[in-house]
Every structure is written in C-alpha cells, then in structure tokens.
Design a protein around this ligand. Structure first.
Ligand SMILES: [Zn+2]
Ligand SMILES: [Zn+2]
Length: 277
C-alpha cells in the first residue's frame, strides 16, 4: 500500500473469519493444523495469538497462511521482522488506539475498515499519516470506553461497548490547535521511524542480535563520550543489561531503541547499520 497503514495480521485473520462466518478461534485452530511442522498443535491456539506482536503463535499463523498461498510475506503484518533486535514484551499498548481522520477517510471512500499494525504499538501517540493525536476512548460521551484486544469484536471501527463509530469527531474540536501543540518532536520522531520500520521492513536486512552490541558501542564512542553509563541512562536501561546485550541475551525495548535513534538523530533504517562493515 505504500503507507504506514499496513494491516495487522490479527486484523486480517479477523476479517477472514468474519467473511467465512466462522469463529476466530476455530479459524486459527484450523490454520495451525496446516502448519508444515506437525508438532504444533491446535490446542495452543487458546492463548494470546491475536496480538500483532512477535509471539510464537503469531509466527505459526503467518506461516500457515502463507502455506495456503492466501497471502505472502505475512510476517510484515507483524513486528516479527524486528525480533532479532527488539524485545517484544512491551511492544503493545494496554488497549487499542486509532486515528479518527483515517477512519473517516475510509468510511467516506467505502474502504473496508481494519486495524493497521502500527496502531497497536504502545509507543505510538500520533498518526504517521495525519500527525494528529490517536484516540483511545469511545467518542460517545455517555460511553467513553476503552477498546480491548478481544478476539470476538469483528466490527472494526466501532465501539465494542455501544457500537458508536470511532471516527466521529469529538465535540471539542475547536481545541484542535491546543491538542496539536501537545505533540512533541519525540512523538513525531517516533511516528516517522515506526512508519519506516513497518513500511521498509521487506527491503531491509535487519542485523542479527549479536550485531546490536557493536552498533551500541559505535554509538557510545560517537555520541556518549565513550561512556557506557551515559548510554544506559539515556536509553533507560539498567547497567547490567549492557552485559546481557553483549552476550546476546537481552534485546532493547522498542522505546530504548527509538530513544537511541532520537538522541543520535540516526533514522532507524540507518541506525541498524551504524558503523557495521
Ligand atoms: Zn490518520
Ligand atoms: Zn462506546
């Protein structure tokens, strides 16, 4: 599609289930039986498959769908391409977020609604297409519900509680300038770089986990006065983690990784090769 709004794999699986009038869980169980590795059992389908993270199960679902030839390169609908350097534990937000402008655009153009992968990343605050704050509660003032990562809500773009369209403009839009003033340079950096991570992943050779230690050392020398402690403070990681990174036993959180990018002013797509031969 060429925009940051690459559909998340979970969203795709949900629409597929809805179109075939089957439960999401049943579809996932069926997909797992198609996996080339017969040791993977459908009973494992009952836990958190359906988050666009880097879980083992999301990987299984992606591989099974690819085997069906329904779609290629489904891993790029997840954050799996980044798993060698990013820690998946804090990847997702607690509840869903969305851009009301995107939703309205889709509705006006009759586009079938879906959840872009990027909206699920907890660290994203603004839409990388429209640079407006993402919403995270229902615009119906009598409802204001958060939207959860449930498996059973099919109607993307509508409130799980009251069914209100989530792209409705909020009544206080005369305050839009105030809201947009709250957007920081950090928010914009994060949105632009996450967009690169999602859109450009198919064309990148993402380095192996061991390379991260070399990249960090190159950054320490060039941006942190050769001082590891300065780097750890800036990236909000405990010092002992640095040794773990050296041993390839720890990966940076998405937040630390983006902080490194922000502080060095190296775009993520350059940072992953920084100083590597
Ligand atoms: Zn948008
Ligand atoms: Zn609602």
């Amino acid at each position: 599609m060429g925009t940051s709004r690459v559909e998340g794999l979970v969203s795709y699986v949900k629409r597929l289930a809805y179109a075939h009038n089957v439960k999401v869980n049943s579809l996932v169980s069926y997909l797992i039986t198609l996996h080339p590795n017969p040791l993977i059992h459908p009973k494992s389908a009952n836990n958190q498959i359906l988050s666009n993270g880097m879980s083992r199960m999301i990987n299984v679902v992606a591989e099974s769908l690819e085997k069906l030839n329904l779609m290629h390169d489904l891993k790029f609908s997840t954050m799996l391409p980044w798993q060698s350097i990013i820690n998946y534990k804090t990847l997702l937000g607690n509840h869903k977020k969305w851009c009301t402008v995107c939703l309205r655009e889709w509705k006006e153009n009759g586009v079938e609604m879906y959840d872009p992968l990027i909206w699920d990343l907890g660290i994203l605050n603004i839409c990388p297409e429209h640079f407006v704050k993402l919403n995270d509660s229902c615009p119906n003032l009598n409802c204001k519900s958060y939207q959860w990562y449930g498996m059973d809500s099919f109607v993307v773009g509508h409130c799980q509680t009251c069914n209100e369209f989530l792209g409705v403009e909020e009544p206080e839009t005369e305050n839009i300038n105030i809201i947009n003033k709250e957007i920081t340079a950090w928010d914009i950096w994060v949105a632009n770089n996450l967009r690169d991570m999602v859109v450009k992943a198919p064309n990148l050779t993402i380095p192996k986990q061991e390379k991260m230690y070399t990249i960090l050392n190159n950054c320490i020398n060039d941006f942190f006065q050769g001082n590891r402690i300065n780097l750890c403070k800036a990236l909000e990681i405990e010092y002992f983690r640095f040794r773990k990174i050296e041993e390839a036993q720890y990966r940076l959180s998405l937040r630390s990784f983006l902080l490194l990018s922000y502080l060095t002013k190296l775009r993520v797509t350059d940072l992953i090769y920084y100083g590597l031969k």
